[in-house]
Ligand binder design. Sequence first.
Ligand code: FMN
Ligand code: 173
Length: 377
Amino acid sequence: MRYTVHDFEIAARAELDPVYADFIAGGARDEITVRANEAAFGRLQLLPRVLRGSAERELGISLFGHRASLPILISPTAFHKLVDPEGELATARAAAAAGVIMIVSMASTVAVGQVADAVRAAGDDVPRWFQLYIQPDLEITEALVRRATDAGCSALVVTVDSPVLGAGERNRRNGFHDLPPGLRCENLVDLRDGERGHVRQIAMSPELNWEHVDWLRGITSLPILLKGVLHPEDARLAVRHGVDGLLLSNHGGRQLDTVPATLELLPEILAAVEGRVPVVLDGGVRRGTDVVKALALGASAVGIGRPVMWALAEGGEKGVRRLLELLRDELDDTLALCGASGLADLTPDLVRVPTWGPVPGPAPTPGADRRFGGVVA
Ligand SMILES: Cc1cc2nc3c(=O)[nH]c(=O)nc-3n(C[C@H](O)[C@H](O)[C@H](O)COP(=O)(O)O)c2cc1C
Ligand SMILES: O=C(O)C(=O)c1ccccc1
């Protein structure tokens, strides 16, 4: 049985080609930020309320006028067919069945239109969002936005932390640079005549600037979220440029290494946006307690990246369904233990930074060492 997200990771490692397992788990350079994301959740403490009885807890959220059953989104991850033959179709069906918003990666191995068709056919329609790398060739970007819009995507998540591709040294060492034969980035096929959906078609461009965001604002009426804003000054600029939300993310530690954990940045980013737009956080969310901490500090929702890839590798659509159920149960359980009858009861007073003594060490259980930055000898 898989009782924790960590169990899915171990199971996925056993299933997967080690080169693909490294692609998923890895980060940029020394992977300091990868570890920092999870460690930050471990350092924060919860301070529960008692005797505020309620029989059931409300876990649903509303974002840009759409309902979702959980405050947990599926962050965009590339290449789902690397780990499961149905790829993004399986992920999307599981997300829809759970009532969870999936952000489809621009580098998906199933076209976003096909993902939408499959979910509609299953009869569960939950909003889907589309992740976009703005391309310096604006016609190409416009064509991508059209594909996402035609597929019924209800928001665009524009990744802005990738002026160049992050240095995944595991991938370099493993010689992993391309999709294997038979797999393609389906959203990129035939954007220009004869383009075959090669991953190298995606321009990670150092030329992008705020004018590109203004331009995008002008060609679509979909809500736009920026993914990867870390500096509070950029959060202010984002609001000024008419962005509808932020996905506070350090790309799971896969772009610039040694940036702070997203959880540590959350209070500053929230202060900068002054409640004008919702802030979703991703990076290192592995437990119901992690979700509660982010929401108590003021995030509107959280995103999960690697856990979805692990669950997909372990058990396809069913694996992702079980992962989402597990996180739902952990979240519900944590709310009950905190004396919260719903997400609205999660307030900053429930969260503390330890004010004295040493940082608590990890519980001596197998695997727990990773969460705390490897302090177990
Ligand atoms: C295998 C993998 C592929 C990813 N692909 C994308 C992508 O195509 N676009 C993007 O904006 N972010 C991508 N990300 C980053 C995720 O959206 C997300 O920010 C990160 O995984 C969150 O951290 P977590 O994995 O600790 O949950 C990817 C991450 C992983 C692990
Ligand atoms: O691996 C990643 O983090 C990522 O963002 C990506 C983007 C495009 C293609 C492959 C991976």
